[in-house]
Design a protein around this ligand. Structure first.
Ligand code: HEC
Ligand code: HEC
Length: 399
């Protein structure tokens, strides 16, 4: 569309807005595309693509220390994308197989919830990339409804939730269990329910020999289980482990774009493809009914308005719809990045607002062509884990 400007009086902005309308699940009236988009790079012939891919396969087969420098802005403390490290279980909650098994059972048990019908797995389903496939789900206390992220690799995130309000999986599991709009569980009820079940008494005594059944023990077991839900078996991982054929030509071209011209490594870097930091992509809907100010709700620092934690991109192809508000498809997200993301328009009453959210300076129009966008998408597919093998555990009988 960009290469064929519409005839007549239709302004560039209207044309761009029409493009935006085709990317979004729902077009926010508040958003307009960033101005000044460069012309897309010329497309390559099939022969050129094959030749470049051949060269890239050699480049990226070599030690990552020899890879070309990524396109990151000055001051960005980036880490190379790569294989996941081993999970570190905290000293206060060391791994045991019995504790993780207890946690897995609790994760699947809706009887812990006040409603009796909601379990962690209701919103974090292994068949849906450990997410729930819905745009948004019941929110945590004090937050607007948000998209349920995957729990896979959450163990590696320094701060949890889109706004980073939980510092550990233990802290978060407690929020999710007791949150009035999540599972609304009462600590005492949970302890009584678990103590009444011979099955749970057996699971607890295996996990915590000689110790009484407590709510805190249940929370720790859930977190321990979550730390076992990690990736590392994607095609991208296989390629890095030496299987040179694991990535297709398109995926290699996408990998090179991801680190290079598409500038994704400014924020999505390291083994999880997340810097663990908070950025404003222009999606806060500031001043509108569906406003979500993200990190600001936690820190009350005006500079944090509209900032959200960079999500991991491992499994992103399985956890849509995307972004904190669950409004976007993957292809739509990529076209928005190409346009430099959206720039929120100030409403009349916000004209002079000094703390109006400021979009991240790392975002700018990229000038990618259709091949580039398809290659980037192909690369993100190579980060997909094979289907989860976690079966539903049998739930212990009540007596
Ligand atoms: C009703 C749906 C729902 C239920 C039930 C639920 N969650 Fe979530 N979960 C969400 C949503 C929505 C978010 C994101 C909330 C936010 O960021 O404000 C989330 C976020 C998370 C995260 C953070 C992931 C990350 O990358 O930051 C973890 C971990 C998690 N949930 C685990 C659990 C556990 C464990 C349980 C059960 C004790 C549970 N959830 C129950 C919907 C749910
Ligand atoms: C300025 C930092 C930054 C840059 C640069 C960046 N991202 Fe993001 N990305 C984020 C943040 C923050 C979010 C979550 C934003 C939100 O929900 O409001 C996100 C979300 C995403 C999502 C949706 C993930 C999900 O689970 O919903 C995808 C896909 C994605 N980015 C891919 C990319 C690609 C590909 C590039 C390069 C073209 C890129 N990002 C560049 C910070 C960045």
């Amino acid at each position: 569309m960009r290469s064929t400007p519409p005839p007549g009086k239709r302004s560039a902005l209207t044309a761009a807005a029409a493009v935006v309308a085709t990317w979004m699940v729902a077009l926010p009236a508040a958003a307009q595309p960033a101005a000044e988009r460069p012309a897309p790079r010329p497309e390559r012939s099939a022969a050129e693509r094959a030749a470049v891919a051949l060269r890239l396969r050699q480049t990226y087969r070599a030690d990552p220390a020899t890879w070309p420098a990524p396109h990151v802005d000055p001051g960005v403390e980036w880490r190379e994308i790569g294989l996941l490290p081993r999970v570190r279980h905290p000293e206060g909650n060391p791994f045991t197989a019995a504790k993780a098994e207890l946690g897995r059972t609790l994760f699947h048990d809706p009887r812990l919830s006040a409603q009796g019908t909601v379990a962690c797995v209701s919103c974090h389903d292994p068949r849906l990339g450990w997410a729930d496939g819905r745009p948004t789900s019941a929110p945590a206390v004090g937050s607007p409804p948000r998209n349920a992220p995957t729990i896979r690799n959450a163990a590696f995130q320094p701060a949890l939730l889109w706004d980073g309000r939980a510092a550990s999986l233990e802290e978060h599991a407690e929020i999710a269990l007791t949150g009035p709009r999540e599972m609304a569980a009462d600590r005492g009820d949970v302890e009584r329910f678990l103590s009444a079940s011979a099955g749970y008494r057996a699971l607890f005594s295996a996990a915590y020999p000689g110790r009484p059944i407590t709510f805190a023990g249940a929370v720790a077991a859930v977190a321990c289980f979550e730390r076992t839900v990690v990736g590392g078996r994607s095609r991208f991982d296989a390629f890095l482990e030496g299987d040179a054929a694991a990535l297709s030509a398109a995926e290699l071209l996408g990998l090179d774009l991801f680190r290079g011209a598409a500038r994704c490594m400014n924020c999505h870097h390291g083994p999880t493809f997340s810097d663990g930091r908070f950025h404003d992509l222009g999606l806060s809907f500031h001043g509108r009914s569906n406003e979500d100010l993200g990190r600001f709700d936690v820190t009350a620092d005006p500079a944090d308005k509209g900032r959200f934690r960079t999500p991991s991109l491992r499994d992103v192809t399985q956890t849509g719809p995307l972004m904190h508000n669950g409004r976007f498809t993957l292809a739509g997200v990529l076209r928005m990045y190409d346009a430099g993301m959206v720039t929120l328009k100030r409403q009349p009453f916000e004209r002079a607002a000094p703390d109006f959210p400021v979009k991240s300076p790392h975002l700018r129009p990229l000038g990618l062509n259709r091949q580039d966008l398809a290659d980037l998408e192909a690369f993100l597919h190579s980060l997909e884990e094979p289907p989860a093998a976690v079966g539903r555990p049998p739930l212990p009988a009540l007596k």
